[in-house]
Design a protein around this ligand. Structure first.
Ligand code: AMP
Length: 120
């Protein structure tokens, strides 16, 4: 799947629409989800143009991957959910219901989150 540079997270990265920023460095931007599903719901995105986890894992540089992974842990700790626990979610493709085609990880916490997925 080709990267669509009109997606909403690309527009946030270009400063065309605002976000409630939680963290930023050379490789990573994090901001609060506009429709939070938990008291803590932060989206972490790479600044590079990657469609999803599959694209990022296959084509991002080692520096980007290291920076992203370290940022996710740091942002969760700074949000205060490391002790109580949190869930990382990254949707890829139609079955996952990925809505925004720019790689992102959801950090969810601040309440008991229940089971990972709805049982069959
Ligand atoms: P996904 O289904 O994994 O692609 O999740 C996309 C997420 O982006 C959803 O949780 C949306 O609520 C969130 N979202 C969409 N637009 C914005 C926005 N402008 N600012 C913050 N979060 C957004």
């Amino acid at each position: 799947m080709a990267y669509d540079s009109t997606n909403i997270f690309a527009r946030i990265l270009r400063g065309e629409i605002p976000c409630k920023k939680a963290f930023e460095d050379d490789h990573v931007l994090a901001f609060h989800d506009i429709h939070p599903q938990a008291p803590t719901h932060i989206l972490v995105i790479p600044k590079g143009a990657y469609v999803s986890a599959a694209d990022f894992g296959a084509t991002a540089s080692d520096a980007e991957i290291a920076a992203f992974t370290r940022a996710v842990a740091r942002i969760a700790a700074e949000a205060g959910v490391e002790g109580s626990g949190y869930r990382l979610i990254s949707n890829h493709g139609p079955d996952s219901h990925q809505e925004v085609p720019h790689y992102h990880v959801h950090i969810l916490g601040g309440r008991p989150l229940g089971r990972l997925v709805t049982p069959l």
